[in-house]
Design a protein around this ligand. Structure first.
Ligand code: A2P
Length: 311
């Protein structure tokens, strides 16, 4: 019932992606992700975001299978996103990686399969950078669509020039359907967002609350959920800072995948479709932009030929 309220973005592949999804990146206790996925789907979430890196695919797969068996949801109603890791960028590794994720999820297709980073490495732990070009990876990703293993393909953590390179590549068959990047009120990414909108590439925001609790966030990072401007705007609408941040994203036109394992907060994050921020409040929110990136760990690889955080 609630799910009807979640708007979708029509992807350039023709499929619809719900604008609110569940993020599942963290170190979890056993069953924690599975329980969160079950609670989320029962309250109307349909879009679930995972990745090979997160190691959460198996638990998510089991939870979803149980819900389907109980008749709570069908596979067709769900939108499952997962990502190929940096050590599988060589074209011959792409299909095996995709099949490994399908097996881990115990599913026969993925709704949206993303290149997790433009960066390529020889090993899972990212100790040995390689120069494998993501354009070659992209050609192999296109074949997954033709084989019916995935419905849509996209990228994550790509900058504008990198998207442009894919759009201009020789013999491009499918444009990226989505770019998943960090977006918060402190990292508005307006230029990347507008470029993507203009080129028919949808955008998804990860870490929308500044990823409190994630191991990649600096302890000194300002606490977004306590930002006085956001708290104040929330008061006007009787909404929490988290709800204001999500609503702001919906109105700017991108999907968001806040992570929560707490049923109360899962419900709160879904309860954002009964109010609208005024134009003035949207402007105030946008003015909070300060180019503050939380996923600073990636700067460790700033000398990689495909390091994304420079434009
Ligand atoms: P919890 O799982 O205990 O709810 P991000 O999506 O930016 O990575 O943020 C995820 C973090 O924010 C998690 O630590 C999560 O904790 C917390 N969180 C999720 N939803 C809310 C909310 N509505 N209000 C406050 N904190 C939230």
């Amino acid at each position: 019932m609630m799910a009807d309220k979640v708007p979708s973005i029509r992807l350039n592949s023709g499929y619809d992606m719900p604008m609110l999804g569940l993020g599942t990146y963290n170190s979890f206790r056993p069953n924690e992700v599975g329980d969160a996925v079950k609670a989320a789907i029962e309250m109307g979430y349909r879009h679930i975001d995972t990745a090979w890196l997160y190691k959460t695919e198996p638990e998510i797969g089991v939870a979803i299978k149980e819900l389907i068996k109980e008749g709570n949801v069908t596979r067709e109603e769900l939108f499952i996103v997962t990502k190929i890791w940096d050590n599988c960028h060589e074209p011959e590794k792409v299909e095996p990686a995709c099949r490994a994720s399908l097996e881990a999820l115990d599913m026969d297709y993925i709704d949206l399969y993303l290149i997790h980073f433009p960066l390529s490495f020889a090993d899972f732990e990212r100790t040995k950078p390689t120069a494998t070009d993501y354009l070659d990876t992209w050609r192999a990703m296109e074949k997954l669509v033709d084989k019916g293993l995935v419905r849509s393909i996209g990228v994550s953590n790509f900058n504008k020039q990198q998207l442009e390179r894919i759009l201009k590549m020789d013999g491009l068959k499918y444009k990226p359907a989505n770019n998943q990047v960090e977006i918060t009120p402190y990292l508005a990414q307006e230029d990347l967002l507008q470029f993507s909108l203009k080129n028919g590439i949808s955008t998804t925001a990860y870490g929308p609350f500044g990823a409190p609790g994630q191991n990649y966030v600096s302890k000194d990072a300002p606490k977004l959920l306590e930002d006085p401007t956001i708290v104040e705007i929330g008061r006007k609408y009787n909404k929490s800072p988290a709800q204001v941040i999500l609503r702001y994203g919906i109105q700017r036109g991108y999907a968001l995948i806040p992570k929560s394992t707490n049923p109360t907060r899962l419900a709160q994050n879904m309860d954002i479709f009964d109010f609208k921020l005024s134009e003035e409040d949207m402007k105030t929110m946008l003015a909070l932009d300060r180019g503050l990136r939380n996923n600073f760990q990636t700067f460790k690889w700033k000398d990689h030929p495909f390091f994304p955080y420079k434009e």
